[in-house]
Ligand binder design. Structure first.
Ligand code: CA
Ligand code: CA
Ligand code: CA
Ligand code: CA
Length: 128
């Protein structure tokens, strides 16, 4: 719960399309988690996380040039994307996205077992 901001960010990226920064409901978060947990063991390991990163990145790279231009992203996520754009050139390279996600993985893995369990990434959905 204290990880709300980070958790929201990582789940937004876990979810496809990437960086969809709208607030996900808990059900959507669970769906995103399940989609990333490809072997269904209830945890996201680094390989699954990396695979999800690639899927998400490719999902946004419409023209396949291996760069996601920030202005191609929905307006609501552009300010968030700027954090990922390490060199500030207005484009997200896969390396930038990967580095950002790796930081998130480590930040979210609060018990340091190198996998993300559901309770490490889930955040409470908006009250409804
Ligand atoms: Ca897994
Ligand atoms: Ca592109
Ligand atoms: Ca960049
Ligand atoms: Ca963990």
């Amino acid at each position: 719960m204290r990880n709300t901001v980070l958790a929201g960010a990582v789940l937004a990226v876990l979810a496809t399309p990437v960086l969809a920064q709208s607030v996900l409901t808990e059900d959507e978060q669970r769906a995103a988690f399940a989609a990333a947990d490809t072997n269904g063991d209830g945890a996201i390991d680094e390989a699954e996380f990396a695979a999800d990163t690639i899927t998400a990145f490719v999902g946004h790279d419409d023209d396949g040039d291996e760069v996601v231009v920030i202005t191609e992203l929905p307006a609501g996520v552009q300010s968030h994307a700027a954090q990922v754009d390490d060199d500030g050139d207005g484009e997200l390279s896969f390396e930038e996205v990967r580095a950002f996600k790796l930081d998130q993985f480590q930040a979210l893995d609060v018990n340091d077992d190198n996998v993300l369990e559901l309770d490490e990434v889930i955040m409470e959905g908006p009250a409804q």
